[in-house]
Design a protein around this ligand. Structure first.
Ligand SMILES: Cc1cc2nc3c(=O)[nH]c(=O)nc-3n(C[C@H](O)[C@H](O)[C@H](O)COP(=O)(O)O)c2cc1C
Length: 175
């Protein structure tokens, strides 16, 4: 069987080079709304989504992430929008990481479906466990004890998508 949804699932690729041009407010809203429709444990809608577009705020995230990574490169690959996802810590809610991951997955697919490029970027857990990270959470108007789940680099692709690896043999089985 095949349809538009299945095609989008197959054809979404991680993008590691972005045009500097910002995405439109409508495109951003479409992606963020798709995140809000992700399934969540107990239907609690535990995660929080923060889209960062202010260039000064973007630089803060780039610097924090690069410091943890130990690089001078931009870990968000120059994407003009960074979408952060936060959730409750495991001590407070066991499904925070799973809930937040599904939000990120929904947003990646939604982005692809409207012609945007994205890439899941790691290290938000460490970034927002620092005093600077906790201050930023407050600045975003969120409780400062949340856990960073991950982020999306989001924008218009500056390069064509690369060929995906074939799916591993025996990836799934039916018992
Ligand atoms: C949990 C997770 C963490 C990831 N972290 C990064 C990252 O920090 N930087 C990066 O460039 N890509 C990251 N990726 C993207 C993967 O490298 C990418 O999904 C994988 O190579 C498969 O490529 P595709 O998304 O184009 O199918 C991450 C993906 C996932 C699911």
């Amino acid at each position: 069987m095949d349809n538009e949804t299945l095609k989008a699932i197959r054809e979404r690729r991680s993008c590691r080079q972005y045009k500097p041009q910002q995405i439109t407010p409508e495109e951003l809203r479409t992606v963020l709304e798709a995140g809000t429709w992700a399934a969540t444990g107990k239907g609690l809608q535990d995660p929080w989504i923060v889209a960062v577009q202010d260039p000064t705020e973007v630089v803060k995230l780039v610097t924090m992430n690069a410091t943890i990574m130990g690089t001078s490169d931009n870990p968000y690959y120059g994407a003009p929008t960074i979408v952060l996802v936060f959730a409750s810590r495991p001590e407070q809610w066991k499904n925070g990481m799973a809930d937040g991951s599904l939000v990120l997955g929904n947003m990646m697919l939604a982005a692809h479906s409207i012609g945007l490029a994205s890439c899941w970027i790691n290290r938000e857990r460490e970034m927002f466990d620092t005093p600077e990270g906790r201050e930023l959470l407050q600045h975003y108007g969120l409780p400062d004890n949340l856990m960073g789940v991950g982020a999306l680099a989001l924008g218009y692709p500056a390069v064509p998508p690369r060929e995906p690896k074939p799916r591993k043999k025996d990836y799934w089985r039916v018992i």
